[in-house]
Design a protein around this ligand. Structure first.
Ligand SMILES: [Fe+2]
Length: 383
């Protein structure tokens, strides 16, 4: 039996149109002054205003910080902190993709506990209570809405810092799949492949437990058949809903089992080459599955065969290749790069990237121990 200690601090509200319940949900938490954290694309799509309108209908004072960017840095967090200090919120809402939700957590750490973002790098570094937060994800990807971690890049060094504390978990996550329909196709592809990677990586980590496996398996069941669907039919609300639910469940799996080597390999690609997270994951995950498959093919076999819509393989030793091929084929179909050279990565850079990957905390949970040379080999395989 795999031990676990499970507590879900996040109430999850799911359904098309649920964004209009933001006001009553915040009011029920006794919110009076809400800092809304969002990004310009989501503002332009009209979702942010809809959230603000719902809050105002319930008499809440709202101020908007909308200068969040893809891969948020310490600079974004500092800019949001300045707005928070002026406004003095009692609640924070992260409305947008993973960047907005992570930035909301980052602002909360600094506003509530002081110091710099770097002080919260790691686990359990908050020094006091954080403001209660509500997440309204508009992508189906990171699963940040059900995690207590914020990924913030150091604006000076580009290092991706995973800053986690149980107190940084959202009180409520409002999943409204209708909000995800407006995503550009590329965002759907990037976030969708990331969510799939979360289901796959969490299923085999060293911290896997009976609970995390249940979330990983269920996430996979929702995500695997619907990724292709949302690429082919972006307006298909049912497929969008499946993806959003799957991404959220995968977030719960991460919270309870952490991630693996594909995320360790992806972070230096983002830091050094600016390759966006989902694309970096798409490039590396098939190679990680094949590598891990020498030791944990049975687990990949279980996952693959748990979903009849994806197809069965008879023998466990065929599963890693079948699963890696599934990921690679879906990434290609969605228009994501399949080789590092397509993204300008040079062979002579690989030792440096491998040194960076070996330092990533998330790699420690990979089921197979990886040396710096192993990481380099994996990059070479993806070249
Ligand atoms: Fe990810």
């Amino acid at each position: 039996m795999l031990p676990f200690d499970f507590h879900c601090p996040t109430r999850i509200v799911f359904g098309a149109g649920k964004i209009d319940e933001l006001g009553p949900i915040a009011a029920a938490l006794a919110a009076k002054r809400v800092l809304m954290v969002s990004d310009p694309g989501i503002v332009a799509a009209g979702h942010t205003q809809r959230g603000i309108d719902s809050l105002k209908r319930f008499g809440l004072a709202v101020t908007l910080f909308d200068r969040v960017d893809e891969n948020p840095t310490t600079d974004h967090v500092e800019a949001g902190l300045a707005v928070a200090r002026d406004f003095k919120p009692d609640h924070i809402v992260g409305l947008g993709g993973g960047s907005s939700m992570d930035c909301a957590k980052g602002i909360n750490f600094l506003y509530s506990c002081g110091g710099r973002m770097q002080d919260y790098w790691g686990e359990g570094k908050a020094t006091g209570h954080l403001l209660p937060m509500i997440a309204v994800p508009t992508t189906a990807g990171t699963g940040s809405e059900t995690q207590s971690y914020a990924l913030i890049a150091d604006a000076q060094t580009n290092a991706k810092m995973a800053c986690g504390d149980k107190r940084a978990a959202f009180r409520v996550a409002i999943l409204d799949p209708a909000l995800t329909v407006t995503q550009p196709q590329r965002v759907t592809a990037l976030t969708g492949i990331d969510a799939l990677a979360h289901a796959i990586e969490t299923y085999v980590t060293k911290r896997r437990s009976a609970i995390s496996l249940a979330f990983s398996r269920e996430a996979w069941r929702h995500l695997a058949p619907n990724f292709r669907q949302v690429i082919d039919e972006p307006d298909n609300l049912t497929a969008r809903a499946e993806m959003q639910l799957g991404a959220c469940l995968a977030g719960l799996a991460i919270e309870n089992s952490m991630l693996g080597a594909a995320h360790a390999l992806a972070n230096p690609l983002t830091a050094e080459y600016g390759i966006v997270h989902g694309e970096a994951i798409a490039l590396m995950l098939p190679h990680v599955i094949r590598h891990n498959g020498r030791r944990v093919s049975g687990w990949y076999h279980e996952l693959l065969n748990s979903n009849g819509e994806i197809g069965h393989v008879a023998k466990a030793n065929q599963a890693p290749d079948a699963l890696a091929d599934f990921v690679a084929a879906n990434s290609r179909r969605a228009g994501l790069a399949s080789k590092l050279t397509e993204c300008g990565v040079a062979r002579e850079k690989l030792p440096e990237l491998a040194a960076g990957a070996a330092k990533q905390w998330t790699g420690k949970f990979n089921p197979v121990e990886l040396s710096e040379l192993d990481f380099q080999q994996l990059y070479e395989n993806a070249l």
